[in-house]
Design a binder for this molecule. Structure first.
Ligand SMILES: C[S@@+](CC[C@H](N)C(=O)[O-])C[C@H]1O[C@@H](n2cnc3c(N)ncnc32)[C@H](O)[C@@H]1O
Length: 271
């Protein structure tokens, strides 16, 4: 199923594996939990089932999959980052997920079709070759099984009242982020064209934030993480610092509301 050797789409995760990213991913997972439950509730899986979470990070949806496949089913958490797998193992132990194991590596296009459900969340948006990942997910899925993906589309990521520093920073960040920040908008066609799925369906979820919520400042957090890449594109450090200060002042105002990126879910059946 997996091999340690790099696949063509096996590139490093640009947001890193710091303890801050560990915390952010777990908090984000809690936020997206209800949406993930909604998605899993729509997939008619056999009992027992075998599922995989590709790019599971420190937990992904392993706990929800563990419930979904039932005590006699099995779940694999797959990630190509060693630190993420260490954290995933910690989560599995803490939550007592007896039917979940982990694998360090990535899927390949010639994987054996072993799973009734092959899932990824927020993996394609960081990837330069989402079609190859989706094709490898299809290869790992049994005929009649399901491929499900959950990815953001930055189109709805917006602050109200609008602020020019928001628009400028978001525009600067998009091309250095490492993948297509609008990938959510084309998940259905990816599943059809790259994975050969039938019965493709979609759903979407969004959140709003105010100053008290750490998610309100996510754009600024990403700007800090991608500081080096932004400078390498020729962005003047003084201009960047001014934009960050202006946006920070705006986001902390009680009246400022941030609408999150749209979480798009798409799922389809392998013929
Ligand atoms: C944004 S995190 C999302 C983690 C998790 N899916 C979640 O929703 O919390 C993306 C994860 O995908 C992993 N990753 C990136 N490319 C991968 C690949 N080609 N194969 C397996 N894992 C990959 C990264 O190491 C990282 O842990």
């Amino acid at each position: 199923m997996t091999r340690p050797a790099p696949a063509p789409h096996d590139s490093p995760y640009l947001l890193g594996a710091s303890s801050a990213e560990h915390r952010r991913l777990l908090a984000q997972g809690t936020l997206l939990r209800e949406a993930a439950q909604h998605l899993l509730g729509r997939l008619p899986l056999p009992a027992p089932a075998r599922a995989i979470d590709v790019g599971c990070g420190p937990l992904g949806i392993l706990d929800l999959l563990s419930d979904t496949v039932g005590p006699h089913g099995t779940v694999v958490g797959l990630d190509n980052n060693e630190q993420m797998i260490i954290w995933a193992r910690q989560s599995i132990a803490q939550l007592g997920l007896a039917n979940v194991t982990t694998t360090l590596g990535t899927l390949h296009g010639d994987s054996q079709p072993a799973f009734d459900l092959t899932h990824c969340r927020l993996l394609l948006i960081n990837s330069t070759d989402p079609a190859a990942i989706v094709a490898s997910m299809a290869a790992a899925t049994r005929p009649g099984g399901w491929i499900a993906v959950q990815e953001y589309d930055w189109a709805t990521w917006h602050c109200d009242p609008p602020h020019p520093a928001w628009d400028t920073l978001k525009t600067l960040l998009a091309p250095v982020f490492g993948g297509d920040v609008h990938i959510g908008a084309r998940l259905a066609s990816l599943l059809r064209d790259a994975a050969g799925c039938q019965d493709v369906r979609t759903a979407a979820h969004a959140h709003y934030w105010r100053a008290a919520n750490p998610c309100q400042r996510l754009l600024l957090h990403f700007v800090d993480l991608f500081d080096e890449r932004l400078r390498a594109c020729g962005i003047d450090p003084h201009t960047l610092a001014t934009l960050k200060r202006e946006l920070g002042d705006h986001l902390v105002r009680p009246a400022t509301v941030v609408r999150e990126s749209l979480l798009v879910q798409a799922w389809g059946r392998k013929p």
